[in-house]
Design a protein. Structure first.
Length: 306
């Protein structure tokens, strides 16, 4: 199992500057979120535009407290031209070599003068994605992109760049129960801010084979059962049975075509207040509330699993 996040984890969008005396409580909240995710066993997090609410230097310092890497493949320091965070991560799970990289979309900011972009250079997501795939393919069996581009941009990227198996998308704030497969790239989206978690179950059996949604297989199987029922019914006329027979053959042909393909199933799970809190994480939250009582000022945010 891999636990991943595609960004906007630490802060809300900061349009009105936060007073200096409140900034400590907001950054302390971000540190609680990071420590919570440490204890959850997160594998990687992509950087979102809101994670840069207090600028690159603050995020660099906060990222040092994470036991998991913060990834960004197309964000560079403006003065040095060097990457500020790791460009990719190599993991092994279930015998698969997995490469994970991350992209932040320039369009997610409020223009060139957005204070969150200060001191940063954002390179073309498409060009960087092409370079990442070229570098990762010889080292991996599966490539995952943590995308903070937006859902429409994810679809465009999947069309433009081949070789990415899964896009874990963020920024658009939507739940996509049945994700599309675009040129053999599964494009995922899960709503942010700790309300939902997306779970993708993947059976990866053939490196060169396309992906298909298990929902399609279940639908075809149910259709075949319905056609059989019509064929065995005495109330269905012969012309109706002929049509059912033809539809059944078509469904069986489509079901046969799924053999040898890679199968996936996606679920969106709501995280509710009825769920039991982890005692250690709950104690971190209570300690934070004791130190900074009252409603959270400004741009603090709860975790946003993707």
């Amino acid at each position: 199992m891999l636990v991943l996040d595609a960004g906007d984890l630490l802060f809300k969008k900061n349009i009105i500057p936060v007073p200096e005396n409140n900034s400590r409580s907001v950054t302390a909240k971000a540190e609680v979120i990071i420590e919570s995710f440490n204890r959850m066993g997160y594998d990687a997090m992509g950087i979102g535009d809101d994670d840069l609410t207090f600028g690159k230097d603050v995020l660099v310092e906060i990222s040092k407290k994470a036991n998991f890497p913060l990834l960004s493949s197309n964000v560079f320091d403006e003065s040095s031209g060097k990457p500020l965070w790791r460009p990719y991560l190599l993991k092994e799970a279930a015998g698969l070599r997995i490469g994970i990289f991350s992209l932040l979309g320039p369009e997610t900011f409020l223009g060139e003068t957005d204070s969150r972009r200060k001191g940063l250079t954002l390179r073309s997501p498409v060009e960087v994605a092409q370079n990442m795939v070229k570098e990762l393919q010889p080292k991996t069996d599966l490539i995952i992109l943590l995308s903070h581009l937006s859902y429409p941009r994810d679809l465009e990227l999947a069309q433009a760049v081949s070789g990415i198996h899964i896009i874990v998308g963020a920024h658009t704030a939507m739940n996509l129960v049945n994700p599309p497969v675009v040129k053999n790239t599964i494009v995922l989206q899960t709503a942010p801010k700790g309300m939902y978690i997306g779970r993708l179950d993947l059976i990866f059996s053939n490196h060169g084979a396309p992906f298909y949604n298990l929902v399609i297989k279940r639908s075809l199987e149910n259709n075949i059962k319905n056609y059989d029922a019509r064929l065995n019914s005495k109330e269905v006329p012969e012309n109706g049975k002929a049509e059912a027979r033809k539809m059944k053959e078509d469904a069986e042909r489509k079901l046969q075509q799924l053999q040898g393909m890679n199968e996936f199933q996606n679920k969106i799970l709501a995280l509710t207040g009825a769920m039991k809190d982890d005692p250690e994480i709950a104690s971190l939250v209570e300690a934070y509330k004791s130190k900074f009582p009252g409603p959270g000022p400004g741009p603090g945010a709860s975790p946003s699993p993707q």
